[in-house]
Design a protein around this ligand. Sequence first.
Ligand code: GAL
Length: 668
Amino acid sequence: MPRLDDLTRPPGRPARLLYGGDWNPEQWPEETWAEDLRLMRRAGVTTVTLGVFSWARLEPEPGAREFGWLDRLMDLTRAHGIDVVLATPTASPPPWLGRRHPETLPRDEDGRTEWWGSRQHFAHSSEAYRAHAAAITEDLAARYAGHPALVMWHINNEYCTYDWGDEAARTFRGWLRDRYGTLDALNTTWGTDFWSQRYASWDEILPPRRAHYLRNPSHVLDFRRYTSDLLLECYRAERDIVRKHTPHLPVTTNFMPFWSGQDGWAWAAEEDVVSVDVYPDPADPRAGAHENAFVADLTRAEAGGRPWMVMEQAAGAVNWRTVNRPKPEGLNRLWTLQAVARGADAVHFFQWRPSRQGAEKFHSGMIGHSGARGRGYRETVRIGADLARLGPRVAGSRVPGPGIALLHDWHSWWAGRHEGALSGHLDQGDLVRTWHRALWEAGLPVTLAHPHHDLAAHPLVVLPHLYLLDDTAVANLERYVAGGGRLVCGFFTGVADPHDRIRPGGMDARLRALLGIDRIDEWWPLDPDGPDARADCGTFRGTLWSEELVPAPGAEILASYRGGPLDGRPAVLRHGRTRYLSTLPEPRALRTLLAEAAHEAGIHPVVTGLPDGVEAVRRGDLLFLLHHGRDPVTVRVPGRHRDLLTGATVDDTVTLDRFGAAVLEEHP
Ligand code: GAL
């Protein structure tokens, strides 16, 4: 199976990290191409992504093929020693497709059409869309299969289109038939006796369109599953076409970081290289650094611990926030090194050069509108030099495991987001981030994991909140703890089965037995905007949630609610090697609690006694030190090291300036 390693550790050549970005030269006069390539070379760019949105250029009218410009571009890129990640252009169909085949345009839940004029206006279920996408992919792959510049395929771009239209209704019914076999089974599973929703014919089933009041949560959950599956079908179809032509080249599609619409675990299993787009807000460098760390730990986990790729990040400002701040000097470099520290072997940007026209003219590029003399390009050159220095030592190496496993599952997240929930403030995506941030701030090594993964190697598993847990997951947790594992489990977990049916007792009975809970009588969400925003738990305050739980014999009560409606009730339990948190401790308390659990499990911070704002990450036998603060700091690293970024020898201490970094190897 082709891998990123094939590109970063080519036989007979030194190992390297990939560095580059989306390049859209079709937006520029052809005379400028060579100059761009020259500037890329100077910056150490290894790879460019071409053709992401080029469909209308490649196929100006149905069936026509205009490959000449791309031939010249591929040849020129190759001549400059730069490799190409070639995209299938199917994320943005040309206007003629929508005009001739209106059914290729998706509909929103109100039935409104998403017209051409922007991008991603394709109905994943439309046969016409799929046929045209397959045809252009086939011809593109056939034409460039043997081109020496081509090193990887990039399918579509950030798959993210929902569709509530008629084409979707048709395939949704097919998907449901496959899943349930009979209408009776569907009616029972969805509980359609509620509000007279019983279906008498498959044709009555629609995507969950706008309705008068709350929709059936099992229906909505299945629609989310179906959407992820249908988009995955589109990906697979194109992947299989390019694979047929180039079985030796890796294929990827870029994830939106932690987007709720794709089951990332299922998708990643279908990719040769897992890639992600990550756009933290530079207005808050510390929060941004955490976002990067979180996305990196997730993506690395999806890649099974193997090296992964940042397909897109911004060199400076994006153009889709209310206020779009550039990155202050040094931040782009720091965040790039952070991705590498956490396992990326390829860092690409959106994009090489900002467009002068179109919706993204204010989006930054590796070379800004101020050109080669600008600060942006200078930093691009510096980063390229850093990556070139690190490549031979870093490429292909792993972030040592197993560390703490942080559990996340998309299906549970989807189910927990239904209308009619107990608290509109509860969101699994937020909670998994919050717990990850606590672990990150404590400097603890962590990876994300699916609740079905083999957890045995992890000394500690933390589960912030999984509303929905299937039997396999519950059995997996039982097995893990029985085998000696330690578990910290957050509230409102194991509440529903895979069809979003409530499990009696407030939580799955096997899980209650594991956690020392007899039953949960009531869930008591806390209103972050109300007078009861915080619950006094003695040594800390709980937020967001609380529970009226009855402990089982043998459970030890570590903290109890004081005052308020749950006065005297347990807030935190310990039972054997498990802990249960019925509330969300405030950040500092959560950090302390998780750090204690890690300590008991024998997991320690990568480096202890770090100054505030410094992150330490091991990759292979190297130690990355990353300073996310502005004031210079001194870090103690006993012994003699060499900083690969500067070549300097480091004896016992290293000083890091604002947004500074060091990559240390033991002195030979
Ligand atoms: C991504 C997209 C890119 C570009 C970028 C801007 O979502 O894949 O094409 O639009 O955002 O930040």
